[in-house]
Design a protein around this ligand. Structure first.
Ligand code: A2P
Length: 340
C-alpha cells in the first residue's frame, strides 16, 4: 500500500482553505488524517473530504506533532506565530502568506518554474508559496525566459477580490446589489467602493511609492528565477471580479522572439493553455475561461510595435486555484513524491 500522510489545513474555512480541501479530494492526495484548523469560532464545524467527515479544530490548541504536512492560508500574522511552531514539531509547512517569502533559507516555489528549490525545505521545514500575481506571470514567462532570456517585465494586474478573502467577496456582491437597488453603500474591506469601480492599490504603500503587492512581484520574480538582474515594473489594481486575476504583461527579451515563436513555445509548456485567436472572443477572460481551471491562460500574444525585442501578452488564471491552493498542493505532491 502506498504511503499516506497526516495533513493539517490552517485556515480551512477561508476562501483558499476551502479550495485546498476540494483539490485534495479532486487529486486524490494520499491523506491518512486530515486536520482542518481555523479560529475557535469555527471549531466543531464539519468538513467533507475523500468520503469522510472531518471536524474543524481550534488552531491555537492543535498539537502539530500529529501532522506531517501543514498547508497554511490564514494570513501572515497567523503564519508568523504558528508556522515555526508547526515546523519545530516536525510538520513541514507550505505557507501561502507573504511572511516567509523573502527569507533566504526558505524556498519560494512555482512547480513549473523552480521545483528543484523544494529541496531546501530542510533548512527550516517551511516552503513558501508565492504571491498569486507572481505565480501566473512566471508560469507564462518561464518558457520564454528559457528560450530567449528576459531583461525587463512591465506588468499591470487586474486582480479579483477573492484574493483578499471571503469578506471582500461579500463586500463586492453586497455593494453591487445595494447600488442596483438605489441604496447607499459602505466601504469596509477596501478604502474605496469596489463595485462598478477599479482601485489602483493592493496591500500597503512602500517608501518608493509602489505598493507591497507590486514589490512582491519584483522581489519574488528575482528569487524564483534566481536572477537579480531581471527588471520588473508592476502596477497592481483591484477590479470588481470575484475569481481570476488578469495581467497585461509587456516584456523586453534578450534575443528577439516573434509572436508565432512565443505562441509555439507556450503551447507546449506545462500549466499553460494558449487561447489566442485574433477574433471576437478568441481570448481568455477570468470568469469564462480561468475560473476553476488549473492552467494559466495566455492570450493576445503580439510583438510590441514600439520595441525591437518587445512582446505583449494577456495572462489570466484562477487566483485562488493556481494562485494559491493548487500551487500549494503541487508543492506538497512533489515533497511527498521526492523527499518524504
Ligand atoms: P475562521 O473562519 O474561523 O475565522 P479568508 O482568507 O477567506 O478571510 O479566511 C481566513 C481563514 O483564516 C479562515 O479559515 C479563518 O478562520 C482563519 N483564521 C483567521 N484568523 C484566525 C485565527 N486567529 N486563528 C485561526 N484561524 C484563523
Amino acid at each position: 500500500m502506498s504511503k499516506k500522510f497526516d495533513i493539517a489545513v490552517v485556515g480551512a474555512t477561508g476562501a483558499v482553505g476551502e479550495t485546498i480541501i476540494s483539490i485534495l479530494e479532486q487529486r486524490n492526495f494520499p491523506i491518512n488524517n486530515l486536520y482542518p484548523l481555523a479560529s475557535s469560532k469555527s471549531a466543531g464545524m464539519k468538513i467533507q473530504c475523500q468520503g469522510k467527515t472531518w471536524t474543524v479544530q481550534d488552531l491555537d490548541t492543535f498539537d502539530f506533532t500529529k501532522a506531517q504536512i501543514g498547508l497554511f492560508s490564514a494570513g501572515g500574522s497567523i503564519s508568523e506565530k504558528y508556522a515555526p511552531r508547526a515546523a519545530e514539531a516536525g510538520c513541514i509547512v507550505v505557507d501561502n502568506t507573504a511572511h516567509f517569502r523573502r527569507d533566504e533559507d526558505i524556498p519560494l516555489v512555482v512547480p513549473e518554474v523552480n521545483a528543484h528549490a523544494i529541496a531546501g525545505y530542510t533548512k527550516r521545514n517551511i516552503i513558501a508559496n508565492p504571491n498569486c500575481s507572481t505565480i501566473q506571470m512566471l508560469v507564462a514567462l518561464k518558457p520564454i525566459y528559457d528560450a530567449v532570456g528576459i531583461e525587463r517585465i512591465n506588468v499591470a494586474t487586474y486582480q479579483a477580490v477573492s484574493g483578499t478573502g471571503k469578506a471582500a467577496i461579500t463586500e463586492l456582491t453586497e455593494q453591487t446589489a445595494k447600488l442596483l437597488n438605489g441604496q447607499d453603500v459602505e466601504n469596509e474591506v477596501y478604502p474605496k467602493q469596489i463595485a462598478f469601480n477599479v482601485i489602483p492599490h493592493i496591500d500597503v504603500f512602500q517608501d518608493n511609492g509602489y505598493t507591497k503587492e507590486e514589490m512582491k512581484m519584483v522581489w519574488e520574480t528575482k528569487k524564483i528565477f534566481e536572477d537579480d538582474n531581471i527588471l520588473v515594473n508592476p502596477t497592481a489594481v483591484r477590479v470588481p471580479v470575484i475569481y481570476g486575476h488578469s495581467e497585461a504583461v509587456h516584456i523586453e527579451t534578450k534575443k528577439k522572439i516573434t509572436a508565432s515563436e512565443a505562441r509555439e513555445i507556450l503551447s507546449k509548456a506545462s500549466g499553460v493553455t494558449v487561447m489566442d485567436d485574433r477574433k471576437d472572443g478568441g481570448y481568455a477572460t477570468p470568469f469564462e475561461e480561468a475560473t476553476n481551471k488549473d492552467d494559466t491562460f495566455v492570450s493576445r500574444i503580439r510583438e510590441d510595435i514600439t520595441h525591437e525585442r518587445g512582446l505583449n501578452m494577456w495572462v489570466v488564471s484562477d487566483n485562488i486555484r493556481k494562485g494559491a491552493a493548487l500551487n500549494t498542493i503541487q508543492i506538497a505532491e512533489i515533497l511527498i513524491e521526492k523527499y518524504l
